[in-house]
Design a protein around this ligand. Structure first.
Ligand SMILES: [Fe+2]
Length: 322
């Protein structure tokens, strides 16, 4: 069963009674997709010209539902996609992969090795990894190519006490220099070469707390995913085993939502409270998506310790801002 909430952007603090009456004229409707994660927002045309109250309602929905979906946003192009992104924060370029539009947009094209078929949060190999990712589907395959998201806040909240205590105490090293060939055994030599020359042109290593305190909601979220290389202070066998246990809680189907893309869809996720997975099952059909990411802040663990950049010694500042 789904539940539907209508929000009148200007009346977010309204009482339930007045909210119900406002719902008749509300232009923004939020419908849950799954019990724990995901909602579809309708009644809004995304762009850089949205009023403040609508943006606040969208932001609140992202924080609550972790990933939100919009259908029929075909009017968006690179420019208006970015302009909308600015309403949520500062766009930031990928630290190593050149943008597809000379500005901030990250291309996800299946002919350029853009299959992210491993669970991850975006760019966790740098300290202040993105807060939000805004993904827009330009060309979708006739079948397959779905994306899944998992709620890392619920995953943490539902851990048994002893595992929470263990996770709270751990820190992990993340890197973009992972074994890509092992992760993608069917990758061609051109894809491997591109990965080596572009994706890992700067080799980042960052130490994050395994549990971060979300800067906006105060929730505790698990910070893992495929950029994790090892847990600090443990040998690799123990690292792999413990990461596997915690990651398996994140990936439980109850914590996930799966989206079947149509051209013109937009998905926005809280990258601090989710992992996602692009399913690589659309054969050689074209699949072209464009992502704008919004700058995040440096995570803080439950003990108050921040994430640390371990390498390179001085990181090139990613392009962001105006
Ligand atoms: Fe991603």
């Amino acid at each position: 069963m789904t539940s539907t909430t209508s929000i009148a952007p200007a009346a977010s603090t309204a009482s339930a009674a007045s909210a119900a009456s406002v719902a008749e004229t509300a232009n923004l409707t939020i419908e849950k997709v799954g019990g724990r994660i995901g909602a579809v927002i309708s009644g809004v045309r995304l762009g850089g010209d949205l009023d403040e109250a609508t943006v606040a309602a969208i932001r609140a929905a992202i924080l609550e539902h972790k990933v939100v979906f919009f259908r029929d946003q075909q009017h968006l192009d690179a420019e208006s996609h970015e302009a909308f992104g600015r309403l949520l924060g500062e766009p930031v370029a990928h630290p190593t992969v050149p943008s597809v539009d000379g500005r901030y947009a990250f291309g996800i094209d299946n002919d350029h090795g853009g299959r992210a078929n491993q669970w991850h949060s975006d760019v966790t190999f740098v300290p202040a990894y993105p807060a939000f990712s805004i993904l827009r589907a330009e060309v979708v395959p006739p079948y397959g190519g779905n994306t899944l998201w998992a709620d890392t806040a619920t995953a943490y909240a539902r851990l048994p006490g002893p595992l929470k205590a263990l996770a709270d105490s751990l820190r992990a090293e993340h890197t973009n220099d992972y074994d890509y060939a092992a992760a993608r055994p069917h990758a061609g030599s051109a894809e491997l070469e591109r990965h080596r020359k572009v994706f890992t042109s700067t080799k980042f290593r960052t130490e994050h707390p395994v549990v971060r305190v979300h800067p906006e909601t105060g929730e505790r979220t698990l910070v893992l995913g495929n950029f994790v290389q090892k847990l600090v202070g443990l040998h690799s066998g123990d690292s792999r085993a413990i990461i596997g246990v915690l990651q398996s809680h994140i990936e439980r189907p109850e914590n996930t939502v799966r989206w079947q893309w149509r051209a013109g869809d937009v998905a926005i996720w809280d990258n601090r409270a989710t992992q996602h997975y692009g399913v690589d099952d659309s054969d050689d059909h074209e699949r072209t998506l464009r992502r704008v990411t919004i700058d995040g802040d440096v995570p803080v663990g439950v003990d108050g310790r921040h994430s640390l950049l371990l390498a390179p010694e001085s990181a090139p500042e990613p392009v962001h801002g105006a």
